[in-house]
Design a protein around this ligand. Structure first.
Ligand code: SF4
Length: 388
């Protein structure tokens, strides 16, 4: 569970699932595909003596091919897809009067916490699945169709900076949108580093390769999901477009960045004022939720329209599945690696990712369509807390 994500001394380790993945790769009966989360690419190098923050995306793709995966995808692609779904959901709530503030739901440690301890906010949660889950759902539907493989014969592995992602893959029936689990196994960054070492692959010597194109291309907005404030920044870049049909001149939202526990900003979208808050680490989250509760009780104006929450300090770059020893210095280096990836991207906004446009044209229709709901959205419920 997510407890290891918060274990301050790293004494609790993940439940190692490298064996079933080795088995699937060695047996070769299933069509094995893999995805890597944004935060993995700026941290895995540390396991091979590289500096924190070194961008290892191309080497990661090469390593995964050499391990035997049939296709190598990128969670950043479905981070872009999440923005189209979650951004459209937000615009709908603002323009048609839905429940506000909308709260992000892509961090499963936070989702689990909310269902147990803050379930007065269930209706505020975005129903968009996390990028990990969306990739699995698209792999077993859209990609499976194109590759001529039945969903039952697909095996989807994800490489995550996170131990709570292991729980997310089976958190409820919605996580099996094609009748099979969207993602079969979630491995941590550390587990993948172990597999690369076990295979005798010299990671630092690997060439830079590309991801497979169908579910592999990403924008700068997709990659910043790996840091606190990144989901919000990515959402604002596209929400501006969705509301005004125009693009921002400057896509950088500096107020969203940095390690401050709670960040706030007000954005003027051609007369529509949007107030946002970003919280990371659970202690900071409660303070934000209490402010919303208070405003509701007193019948006052809501303090924010949109809130981003990440359980880990710094966001996923500081996740519980990353190489050990994350100090703030390490977190800031990993963060810098993520923003470099954003800046060098040809497209900086999710709605400009050509493969996202293609997937809506060919398969999903439009954001929030019936098909998108079936594959890419979920629901939440109150969950019991077991007390001694
Ligand atoms: Fe996992 Fe990221 Fe949430 Fe941490 S912030 S628990 S790494 S999803």
């Amino acid at each position: 569970g997510q407890c290891s994500a918060h274990c301050p001394v790293g004494a609790i380790y993940e439940n190692d699932q490298t064996r079933p993945v080795w088995n699937a790769l060695e047996e070769g009966e299933k069509h094995c595909v893999v995805q890597i989360a944004p935060a993995v690419r700026v941290a895995i190098g540390e396991a091979f003596g590289m500096e924190p923050g070194t961008l290892s995306t191309g080497k990661l793709y090469s390593a995964l091919r050499r391990l035997g995966f049939n296709a190598v995808f990128d969670t950043n692609f479905t981070a872009d897809l999440t923005i189209l779904e979650e951004g459209s959901e937000f615009v709908k709530r603002v323009t048609e009067g839905g429940v506000l503030p909308q709260i992000t739901s892509c961090c499963p440690a936070w989702t689990d916490y909310m269902e147990k301890y803050a379930n007065d906010f269930i209706d505020n949660f975005s129903t968009a699945k996390s990028p990990q889950q969306m990739l699995g759902a698209m792999a077993k539907s859209y990609y499976a169709e194109k590759a001529g493989v039945a969903a039952k014969d697909m095996y989807v592995v994800s490489i995550m900076p996170c131990t709570a992602k292991k729980f997310e893959v089976s958190r409820d029936d919605n996580m099996s949108s094609t009748g099979f689990q969207d993602v079969d196994v979630a491995l941590t960054t550390r587990e993948l580093a172990r597999m690369i070492k076990q295979a005798g692959i010299e990671f630092t010597e690997l060439p830079e390769e590309e991801a497979d194109s169908l579910l592999g291309e990403y924008s700068g907005a997709g990659t910043i999901f790996g840091v606190t404030g990144g989901v919000m920044e990515a959402a604002l870049r596209s929400a501006y477009y969705l509301i005004t049909k125009e693009d921002l001149e400057d896509v950088n939202f500096i107020d969203c960045r940095g390690l401050e526990g709670v960040k706030e900003a007000e954005i003027d979208i051609k007369g529509t004022k949007i107030r946002i808050a970003i919280a990371h680490q659970m202690g900071n989250v409660e303070a934000v939720l209490d402010k919303v509760r208070q405003a509701k009780e007193n019948g006052e104006e809501l303090p924010w329209h949109f809130i981003e929450v990440m359980a880990c300090r710094g966001g996923c770059i500081g996740g519980g599945g990353q190489p050990h020893g994350a100090t703030d210095e390490v977190r800031l280096k990993r963060t810098a690696g993520i923003y470099t990836d954003d800046e060098k991207s040809v497209q900086r906004c999710s709605h400009h990712n050509p493969m996202i446009t293609k997937i809506y044209e060919e398969f999903l229709g439009e954001p929030m369509s019936h098909k998108a709901h079936e594959l890419l959205h979920t629901g939440y419920q109150e969950r019991a807390v077991y007390k001694k």
